[in-house]
Design a protein around this ligand. Sequence first.
Ligand code: ZN
Length: 308
Amino acid sequence: MRWGDFRRSDNVEDRSEAGSGGGGFPLGGGARLGGGALIVIVIASLLFGVNPLEMIGALDSGGPGAPPESQQQPPPGYGPQRAPAPGQAPSPAAPQDPAKDFVAAVLGDTEDVWGAVFKTMGARYEPPRLVLFRRATQSACGHASAATGPFYCSADHRLYLDTAFFNELSRRFGAPGDFAQAYVIAHEVGHHVQNLTGTMQKVDQQMQRLDERSRNALSVRLELQADCYAGVWGFFAQKRKLLEPGDLEEGFRAAAAVGDDQIQKRTQGYVVPETFTHGAADQRLRWFRTGLESGDMRQCDTFAARGP
Ligand SMILES: [Zn+2]
């Protein structure tokens, strides 16, 4: 992916060097937030059926772990650094952290794409902020840790991304590559789009009245739509010839790897479809492709589809 050509977003909040738990939203234990906010944090992640304890165990034993704060390692899979675009002078201070630079580039491009898409609908796109953290931080939706995986918090309009996650994606999920990483960010941005359009609130309200099984089914539709929206962003990246050979395959591999069936097989050895909250690999792949091939968010109506 020629991400060196992307405009950098100013909306990245880097808490990765502030130590664990830095910054954030002291909300007194989240007492102000009802169960609804809690549901939103759970459903608006990328990963989803992962057993947090299992993930923590993996991190502690031979996973990427957490290097000392002073040894920030960029995630693997970044393309070659390119010369700054005209008007983008290199920082005179310390060289830009490549991980942060990558995230700012992808986020910046999603801002441009969704800004244009919203404009065609006569609406204004309010970009989200992206919080880069290491190990743990606070969000308006509660405590965030590496085990949570990337997620979007509707209450503070922020994406939360642990810098170690891209290593996870490459090593544990077998989905390396910059476009795979961009898909993760674009999926969370997709949740932000759902928040702006009101879909997330509608789903959240419906969920309060449903039993667990039906809640899960609704959650799957919400997640698949975020995958489709990630594809819509990819469509425009592709249209501007910013993708390189192999990028699409990287994205497809990532979308499939985070399918609930794949994760359950890996973590518990068997699959329980009614517990799916994000969709099976083939569904995630199909909806990501739907967005990628159409570039039309109206094609992403996973709620109308008879079966996602
Ligand atoms: Zn999600």
